[in-house]
Design a protein around this ligand. Structure first.
Ligand code: PXP
Length: 239
């Protein structure tokens, strides 16, 4: 199946914020990513605005032609923003405001009513929902019962184990992808995917709609340039 590449541009905003002016220009970089072949742009506006700001989200919305994916913890402020901006997809992550980067998926059971109401609000706004989860099958089945359209699999455990034992690393994700598909969920994946581990992940997952990649891709762009880097990541996603 075709797997889309959504480029997470948080790190571009981190770089811009280091000097307080508008270099690099987040909107220009997003448009260039699109032009270089990205199928989507992902941002994660955090409450402290340490990278992407609310104002960036408003600036990006009218100019992005690729799929716009906004990820974040569904606080009232976050929901107000996404329901105004109406991206194609919202990815719900369980981070508290001080979390450095997303480091786990949702435990769906204790959050079931909350997540179900958020998914419903997104659907009423015409927005596709995705819930960030690990590979636990029961958790994924419960996620499906919230009526979410997709899940996003947290891939750091895969990335950590891949160099030592790729087969063992990918197996829980293969099973999770199969189980998700069986209960009607689309499957996204993200976190620590890289030029080293992406091709194997894509080759092995039976169902994979989208990968969302930031850190490694922006690091690679320092050496290869953004255009060549995006081409290389897209190459990993070829069937
Ligand atoms: N998916 C989610 C939910 C995330 O929070 C992040 C990090 O912002 C990513 C994907 C991308 O991870 P990475 O920057 O390691 O590629």
């Amino acid at each position: 199946m075709t797997t889309s590449l959504s480029v997470n541009i948080n790190k571009i905003a981190t770089l811009r914020n280091a000097r307080g002016e508008n270099n690099p220009d987040v909107v220009k970089v997003a448009l260039d990513c699109e032009q270089f072949g990205a199928d989507g742009i992902t941002v994660h506006p955090r409450p402290d605005e340490r990278h992407i700001r609310r104002s960036d989200v408003y600036s990006l919305r009218p100019v992005i032609k690729a799929e716009f994916n906004i990820e974040g913890y569904p606080s009232p402020e976050f929901m107000d923003l996404v329901l105004k901006v109406k991206p194609e997809q919202v990815t719900l992550v369980p981070d508290t405001p001080d979390t450095l980067t997303s480091c786990a998926g949702w435990d769906v059971e204790p959050n079931f009513e909350f997540l179900s109401s958020i998914v419903e609000a997104l659907h009423q706004g015409g927005i596709r929902s995705s819930i960030f989860v690990g590979t636990d099958i029961e958790n994924i089945k419960l996620a499906a019962k919230t009526s979410t359209d997709r899940i996003e699999l947290y891939t750091k455990p895969y990335a950590d184990l891949y160099p030592n034992d790729p087969e063992k690393a990918v197996m829980p994700f293969v099973e999770a992808s199969r189980a998700a598909h069986k209960v009607g969920l689309g499957v996204n994946a993200g976190h620590d995917l890289s030029l080293e581990n992406l091709q194997y992940f894509h080759k092995n997952l039976p169902y994979l709609n989208e990968v969302s990649i930031g850190h490694a891709l922006i690091c690679d762009a320092l050496y290869y340039g953004l255009e060549d880097t995006i081409r290389r990541y897209k190459e990993c996603l070829k069937d």
